[in-house]
Write a protein that binds this ligand. Structure first.
Ligand SMILES: C[S@@+](CC[C@H](N)C(=O)[O-])C[C@H]1O[C@@H](n2cnc3c(N)ncnc32)[C@H](O)[C@@H]1O
Length: 272
């Protein structure tokens, strides 16, 4: 699939996922976000650029930490995502968060205009990851830092069969590059190629808890990158996908009907 089509699939897929994403993933991604914050070492006054902000799971946490005096520009390819962040900022009277719809590979920001660039769990969806990392680096002043977290290796992510299960019903793969950034050394090498130095990498294994099958299906199918693809399915195909996916994670089902699904994350930071 060409890069332009891939971006469209992602943009409108995440527009569709937006209403389910925040509640579906907030607790499950918390350990990965904690690591990103540890690496980011945010301080009051910092100007932060965020790539692929989603519904703002790290945006508002970052904004609170850099106050007073600091701010966050939250960017995302999906307009429904930046709109959700803008709505929340307005409703809560949070003045140091601004939003802009833009793709990771073409950040419309001045060179060296931020102290820190962050991206949590967004780079797996970007066709040209190297360009996205170079853009994050370009936006940060000398001495500032870039920090990114991605999902790890496919074999360590228990929910990963959702891709082949959905792909079996569509013309081309929904997210062919997903696990490209999570392999050994991959994100670190990308950061190095983007010209960052003093690199630190960590790989963490977590267990993602879902209360029941419904919350797992809502997060992975309705609140994830396959959200647009499945919208077009007939009721019958949709039901088949749900049932195939639940079979693929049956080993992680507990006696009380909840799920404990393994997940792996990689976080890397580098200095400009
Ligand atoms: C899993 S969500 C992560 C959201 C948030 N950073 C978090 O950690 O909760 C992935 C986000 O990447 C965005 N995305 C996908 N492709 C993108 C691209 N090429 N440029 C910018 N954002 C993109 C999606 O719209 C979605 O909001």
């Amino acid at each position: 699939m060409d890069a332009r089509l891939q971006r469209r699939v992602q943009r409108y897929g995440w527009d569709a996922a937006a209403p389910f994403y925040h509640d579906g993933w907030s607790a499950q991604l918390r350990p990965a976000h904690d690591t990103l914050f540890e690496f980011a070492d945010l301080r009051p006054g910092m100007r932060v650029l965020e790539t692929a902000c989603g519904t703002g799971l790290i945006t508002f946490r970052a904004a609170e930490t850099v106050a007073p005096g600091g701010s966050v520009l939250a960017t995302d390819l999906a307009g429904e995502m930046t709109a959700a962040v803008a709505r929340h900022a307005e409703a809560q009277g949070i003045g140091n968060v601004k939003t802009a719809r833009m793709g990771a590979e073409e950040l419309e920001v001045e060179d060296a205009s931020f102290d820190l660039a962050l991206c949590a769990l967004g780079l797996m969806y970007v066709p040209d990851v190297q360009k996205a990392l170079s853009e994050m680096r370009r936006a940060v002043r000398p001495g500032g830092r870039v920090v990114a977290t991605v999902w790890g290796e496919r074999r360590n992510c228990g929910w990963a069969d959702i891709f082949p299960i959905v792909d079996a019903h569509v013309a081309s793969e929904v997210c062919p590059m997903f696990f490209g950034t999570g392999g050994p050394g991959a994100l670190k090498a990308g950061m190095e190629a983007a010209g960052l130095s003093g690199l630190h990498e960590t790989r963490q294994s977590e267990v993602l808890e879902f209360e029941n099958a419904e919350s797992l299906l809502d997060a992975v199918i309705k609140g994830g990158p396959v959200a647009m693809a499945v919208k077009r399915f007939s009721e019958e195909v949709y039901g088949q996908v749900e049932s195939d996916f639940l079979s693929s994670v049956s080993a992680y089902r507990k006696d009380d009907g909840s799920y404990a699904v393994p997940g792996e994350f990689v976080t890397v930071s580098g200095t400009v």
